[in-house]
Design a protein around this ligand. Structure first.
Ligand SMILES: C[S@@+](CC[C@H](N)C(=O)[O-])C[C@H]1O[C@@H](n2cnc3c(N)ncnc32)[C@H](O)[C@@H]1O
Length: 365
């Protein structure tokens, strides 16, 4: 029987490897180091960060499922075996096959760091991933590529370039960890009004949020309407607040109402009775939180959940993240956070209301 990958020898000590949105490396590294006292920075490339753990540190088999999820910027977080190098995919796959982890995994995740077509080869990330996957499946019998069932041991191969792959493993615990690179495939509907449809769909899946038909949602920053379109598709009634125009395909939906104004111009008594507060405004994250806090803490507003996009004008603004999450906790909600693969320089916060919590109202409300 195959050995558990967590008992496989790890040459050179225990490293973690995280892949992220290109540009988020420094923020991700700093957040991981803050969560792992005594850890040291390892190598980094665009879209890849490695961290050396201090001896005897225990990290779950699915590192992305535990407290390290709070690092927010890791799309995938895995135990790292280091790199293999070679002239082509077949040679590289043979080197992976010789590692103990190859014998102990049932599934295979292959992805490319910070995927962009290579200028030199005019190759596409998809072609490079397909070639590597074919070579690995041929070299390691019994590995199933692609989405893994919950709990499956997975061997991870991150394509750095044509001659260098990173190799690791994890157990498919959380929803994102079941998908290669933590990227949850989202099928885009043909009539999608904006990319916000994809972001909301990914957030609902990644955070396992159940929307129920008949619930009511209010969206701050709703135009042109992709996220509202996704909410409507789930059977919700939606009020979209935005001074800008909403696409006629959403505006004309019988379940949709457009309040054509800014969030702060909406009277609080109009916001009673909503189950979800969704926001995706292209304003500073502190202004988004102000607008959200005004509503979430208003008398009579008892939304069960908040789904908020916080835009980061610069990556360095991620330094405010823990403070923002503390503010949301003060409103009586339990926030979780993730930078979505379908999003840009921003984070998605999903916060469900904690039972019997008295919200801290912002001053002046
Ligand atoms: C990224 S777009 C939103 C995309 C939208 N959620 C969708 O699903 O298509 C940002 C929107 O925020 C709106 N916005 C910015 N400041 C706002 C405010 N104070 N109140 C309401 N909407 C605002 C803008 O007009 C813009 O339409």
């Amino acid at each position: 029987m195959a050995a558990d990958p967590s008992t496989a020898p790890l040459p050179g000590g225990e490293f973690l490897l995280a892949t992220c949105h290109g540009g988020a490396e420094e923020v991700l590294r700093d957040r991981l180091l803050a969560l792992l006292p005594g850890a040291r920075p390892g190598a980094w490339r665009r879209g890849v960060v490695t961290i050396r753990l201090p001896p005897a540190t225990r990290v779950p088999d699915d590192p992305s499922a535990g407290r390290l999820a709070a690092c927010a910027f890791a799309r995938a977080l895995v135990h790292c075996h280091g790199q293999v190098t070679g002239a082509d995919a077949v040679t590289l796959a043979a080197a992976v096959a010789a590692l103990p982890v190859a014998a102990s995994a049932s599934h295979l995740h292959v992805w490319q760091r910070d995927p962009r077509p290579s200028r030199e080869t005019a190759d596409t990330p998809d072609a490079a991933v397909a070639r590597a996957t074919a070579a690995l499946v041929a070299a390691i019998p019994g590995l199933t590529p692609g989405t893994a069932p919950e709990g499956a041991p997975v061997v991870d191969v991150v394509i750095d370039d044509e001659r260098r792959w990173w190799v690791g493993w994890h157990r498919a615990g959380s929803v994102p960890a079941r998908h290669p690179g933590g990227v949850i495939p989202v099928p885009a509907p043909a009539d999608m009004v904006s990319r916000a449809w994809l972001k909301l769909d990914e957030a609902l899946t990644a955070f396992a949020v159940d929307l129920e038909p008949g619930q009511r949602a209010v969206e701050l920053g709703a135009a042109p309407g992709g996220a509202s379109q996704r909410l409507l598709a789930a059977g919700l009634g939606v009020v979209g607040i935005d001074p800008a125009l909403v696409d006629p395909r959403v505006a004309g939906h019988p379940g949709f109402t457009h309040w054509r104004k800014r969030a702060r111009d909406v009277r609080l008594r109009e916001l009673v009775g909503f189950d979800w507060i969704v926001t995706d405004m292209n304003i500073d994250p502190t202004s988004t939180l102000e607008a959200l806090g005004r509503i979430a803490t208003a008398r009579g507003v008892r939304a069960r959940g908040i789904i908020a996009t916080l835009k980061l004008p610069e990556w360095s603004r991620a330094a405010g993240l823990d403070g923002w999450l503390a503010t949301i906790r003060g409103w009586g909600y339990a926030p979780r956070v993730r930078q979505l693969a379908s999003g840009g320089r921003e984070v998605c916060v999903v916060a469900l209301r904690r039972p019997r919590h008295r919200a801290t109202r912002p001053p002046g409300e």
